[in-house]
Design a protein around this ligand. Sequence first.
Ligand code: AMP
Length: 425
Amino acid sequence: MNILILGSGGRESAFAWKLSQSPKCQQLFIAPGNAGTGQYGTNLNIGVNDFAGIKQAVLAHNINLVLVGPEEPLVRGVHDFFLADAELKNIPVIGPQQQGAQLEGSKDFSKQFMARHNIPAAKSETFTRDTVQEGLAYLPTIGLPIVLKADGLAAGKGVLICLTLQEAELELVDMLTNAKFGDASSKVVVEQFLQGIELSVFVLTDGNNYKILPSAKDYKRIGEGDTGLNTGGMGSVSPVPFADAAFLNKVEQRIIIPTIEGLKQEGIPYKGFIFIGLMNCDGDPYMIEYNCRMGDPETESVLPRIESDFVELLLGVAEGNLNEKELVLSGKVAATVVMVAGGYPGEYLKDKVITGMENVRESHVFHAGTGLNDMDEVKTTGGRVLAITSLQDNLFDALQQATADASRIYYDGMYFRKDIGFDLL
Ligand code: AMP
């Protein structure tokens, strides 16, 4: 079959690498892809939100299945667009329709969903411009720090953790009345702070059956020792050592089953990934957030640990028989180190030639923000440039190899964290 992946990051590189290994995958296309995805398939110069362009490509290349990487096209309704089009409606899309994507697209929707299905989560209330005063009155009732979340998509920047009441008051007003995050903050969820260690659990579902994919932990801060500004993600490891069978059983019973059952009860169709962002609070899992797609850079650690044919699993989602498919996991440990551009996550350097990738010994190099220059050399184009993943027998070796291999690559302004995962050893 012919498969189209939408997206251009490290996550989509890992998907392309994995899908291209399947005997079921005849031709693979990635739109728009990056300089690395071209190794596994054909890049198409189409944006992920260009639905008309995607339709043209799907028909021109006889695509039989579409895998959506990022959240934005899902929240904008790419799956609904396929279902509403006579020529596309029978082509399966992996990723929920707009309604299901609201689990990520609206924090207020997702908090209400959690409450309706008794899924453990931080206490919260939602406020709008018309209820700012009520919001200000609510702030002192939930203790410090106070978490403020813009309701809509805000490119990962819409969550503020306020250490003082005064800061929370200023930010709440700024978000609601001054549209700090544009339309995304026309509603704000005010939430109690959860103390614990974060991790992510990934579920693949056909809307009825589900498979629990490997868990992962990601590292969001730019600086070593988890300091400095937030980024899209500086590294990840899978599995998470503290997410043992007993903990994962609680996650399944208290969160995954109620989520799948809740979607069914509410008549919300869902075919795709559910990213469950969790806090481990003294051995009990609490929901932080849902995402309607896989994480990046968690995908780069999770997929190398899946031994089964991933196309088969996606077909199970499309055909509604995921329960008949086998999910075989590797006992090995994966560590991913993300290499970023100088200056990231602020204004960052671009168009720097990347050298040394041929020297990598024990890792996969997943491209993210890369492109080709006029001389066909690989250059940097984005903030997160490469994701280096090593799969080894134990966490220490995986971390050491991924870090050593990252050091074998060079471009002006290159930076990566050398402490990813070492807190878990
Ligand atoms: P979200 O976009 O909801 O994942 O929030 C972004 C990040 O903010 C999370 O990955 C957490 O590190 C942090 N965060 C969000 N909600 C809470 C909370 N209730 N308590 C503690 N940290 C939180």
